[in-house]
Design a protein around this ligand. Structure first.
Ligand SMILES: *Cc1c(COP(=O)(O)O)cnc(C)c1O
Length: 373
């Protein structure tokens, strides 16, 4: 069986270094807010090209604490409208509603699965204060256009970069485009910890300080609390492990791009739609980190079963759009046809950076032998 994502194989590559890092933390006697976190934060800020990186407990908190910090700083208020793609992962929306802000769901571009500048512009009202630009599946949202819109309308831009570590346009990586960005280091993400972890990147020092305080009980100085904060910290162990894996992120991303361009060039079944042009070379894919390789097909269940039968595990990201979730029952009458059809048709092919060419070819052959109905 070719697993959808082989986490064991991915982390086994760095077994010795990971054990060494874990041992260093165990032996240090210091487990929260120490030098490992500081060192990873500096390395990740440098990697993204930002001045600040604030480690937090997970990706949801990275997004939620940034919005909360903007509220504490008087830049957002309860009920303000926040534009967000309707087809994003639920965590993006949870971060908005958790802060009593109003998500304005916008249909994505059908080709890129990301926000489109025209539809985003059309959704801006007098109450819009922010845009959450999600780099879904690892592909950068159209950040140049989004930042122009934000400037015109005086909006804050938060990148949801949970799936896009290292994706770049014109040398500017995910996390450096907006006023702030939230990253997740959930084990299955492109830069994955061995547990939960996340971070915010930003060039704004006041915002960085506020997020840091909010994640530490609302305290900048021990036993002095400015805010009713929470406990959301990156710990020393995960920071040390992440720093080991950060060194290999670019080579893993490059392998993901090679697999993606092999899929795009090799899968020629008319029933299966590729997310990129078939002549795209791996070295032309800087804007995509290929967290997921998502194809579309009108007969998804049949394709998933066909692949399974041939030893290829494919997964669905995501089966139910946020507006049809029970958690947001009051939105159930709303209609987002593009989002709904995407959720009915998408299927993610295996894309572990540890896959060998033989496995990649097996996936291609399995897709090509799917009978078109
Ligand atoms: C994974 C993910 C998150 C949440 O990150 P966690 O670390 O799991 O909390 C948010 N947004 C997107 C797009 C994600 O893929």
């Amino acid at each position: 069986m070719i697993p959808f994502l082989d986490l064991k194989a991915i982390n086994s590559q760095y077994r010795e270094e990971l054990i060494e890092a874990a041992t260093r933390v165990i032996d240090s006697g210091w487990y929260i807010q120490g030098n490992e976190v500081k060192s990873f934060e500096q390395a990740f800020a440098a990697y993204c090209g930002t001045e600040h990186c604030i480690g937090v407990a997970n990706g949801l908190d990275a997004l939620a604490l940034t919005l909360r910090a903007w509220k504490e700083l008087g830049k957002l208020q309860d009920g303000d409208e926040v534009i967000v793609p309707a087809n994003t992962y639920i965590a993006t929306i949870l971060a908005i509603t958790e802060n009593n802000l109003k998500p304005i769901l916008v249909e994505p571009d059908e080709e890129t699965f990301n926000l489109c500048p025209q539809k985003t512009a059309a959704a801006i009202t007098a109450n819009t204060r922010a845009i959450v630009a999600v780099h879904l599946y690892g592909r950068l949202a159209p950040m140049v256009d989004i930042m122009v819109l934000a400037k015109q309308h005086d909006l804050l831009v938060l990148e949801d970069a949970a799936q896009a570590h290292g994706a770049s346009v014109d040398g500017h990586r995910a996390g450096s485009w907006g006023h702030a960005a939230g990253f997740s280091f959930y084990p299955g993400k492109n830069l994955g910890a061995l547990g939960d972890a996340g971070a915010v990147t930003t060039n704004n020092e006041e915002l960085a300080q506020t997020i840091r305080a909010l994640g530490n009980y609302g305290s900048e100085q021990k036993y002095q609390n400015q805010y009713q904060g929470v406990n959301s910290r990156l710990d020393e162990l995960q920071a040390a492990l992440l720093k080991v894996k950060l060194h290999c992120l670019d080579s893993e991303t490059q392998r993901r791009r090679e697999i993606a361009s092999a899929y795009a060039n090799g899968i020629n079944n008319p029933a299966i739609r590729s997310p990129i042009a078939s002549d795209t070379k791996a070295n032309c894919l800087e804007n995509h980190a290929f967290h997921l390789y998502v194809v579309r097909t009108a007969s998804r269940t049949a394709l998933q079963e066909h692949l399974q039968g041939l030893g290829v595990q494919a997964m669905i990201h995501y089966p139910i759009p946020p507006h049809q979730q029970e958690a947001y029952e009051s939105w159930s009458a709303q209609s987002y046809p593009v989002t709904e059809i995407i959720h009915q048709e998408v299927l993610s092919l295996p894309i572990s950076p540890t896959m060998c060419d033989e496995q990649v070819n097996k996936v291609i052959e399995a897709c090509n032998s799917f009978p078109a109905y």
